[in-house]
Design a protein around this ligand. Sequence first.
Ligand code: PSV
Ligand code: MN
Ligand code: MN
Length: 390
Amino acid sequence: MTDIPGFAAIAPQLERLAIEVPSWAYGNSGTRFKVFGTPGTPRSIEEKIADAAVVHRLTGLAPSVALHIPWDLVDDYAALGEHAASHGVRLGTVNSNTFQDDDYKFGALTHVDAKVRRKAIDHHLECVDVMDATGARDLKIWLAEGSNYPGQADLRGRQDRLAESLAAIYDRLGEEQRLVLEYKFFEPAFYHTDVPDWGTSYAQVSALGERAMVCLDTGHHAPGTNIEFIVMQLLRLGRLGSFDFNSRFYADDDLIVGAADPFQLFRIMAEVIRGGALDADSEVAFMLDQCHNVEDKIPGQIRSVLNVQEMTARALLLDRDALAAAEEAGDVLGGNEVFMDAFQTDVRPALAAWREERGLPPHPMRAYAESGYQQEIEESRVGGTQLSWT
Ligand code: PSV
Ligand code: MN
Ligand code: MN
């Protein structure tokens, strides 16, 4: 299959890699300056799912689609699930949304007013209803809550109210369902954020129970943060629930994962593997959380899942015995060389062969360009309202 030593041995773990794609990646997006409309953009959640299914068909890597409520609100989730199944994918994580309602200007789950907190909790309970209907396992909560000025809010009071609100949501979960709490160090609030870091998320979810976990979004850290250390620690503590993959140059850029810093993605995947998150019994979910502002969305998603697969393959090739021997011997540069050798391995030809053996196109980006799908949606999706990320 390949002349890369050890490649055949990594096949079982490579086989297990599955990356959930977000429904919102298929809608139009942009910045606060402009959202660009693109020909062929979906006008319904059904069309988003059809597009997501193309990513899976060409890569074998993206079997599920995350929903965002209320953006993806429909009357009949069972029917939506059937629609997904007919396209060869399934519905995945349900993401709540408490960041687009005037009532939440000063917070939702942390708000000083119990009526606003109740409304925000009820929204999450409705998300759990959706999960019941679709069979989704995870409720993912990202909160846009915080303050802009010192003195604006009592930090401690908000943290206590957050704990209470999360407990009310957690209580509603079924036995097979999980709550996954995402952290982000800033934005839209700039002075303080109520769940700014993995430590806060960990403290909050630990107080809830075993089915509450942390979501690590790779774009939600200060520049220079050692993200793979956080991955290691959360896996060690048994609380890493899921990843939101994307890449960033400056802030929460939501660019294609592995585009800005492939080496960082490699280092993260090395800790994922070291911590057992690709083992058969792993419950860690891998997701994309991206927006394609100026590039075509479907190939943007294809490129993303391929980037994750490539860095996973390289990380699986890491010679851990050689690393351990170098560490044992105090051979600093020897260990680094072993690490860099794996990172520098070009696995693309081997992965192309691996895909062919599984009946997939060897070059999914090329296969998409040649499939005619882009032209087809550009011609057929005229009229109606294109969906956008908000
Ligand atoms: C906002 O920062 C955000 O990108 C979070 O990462 C969420 O996961 C996502 O939006 C969807 O709610
Ligand atoms: Mn995210
Ligand atoms: Mn984000």
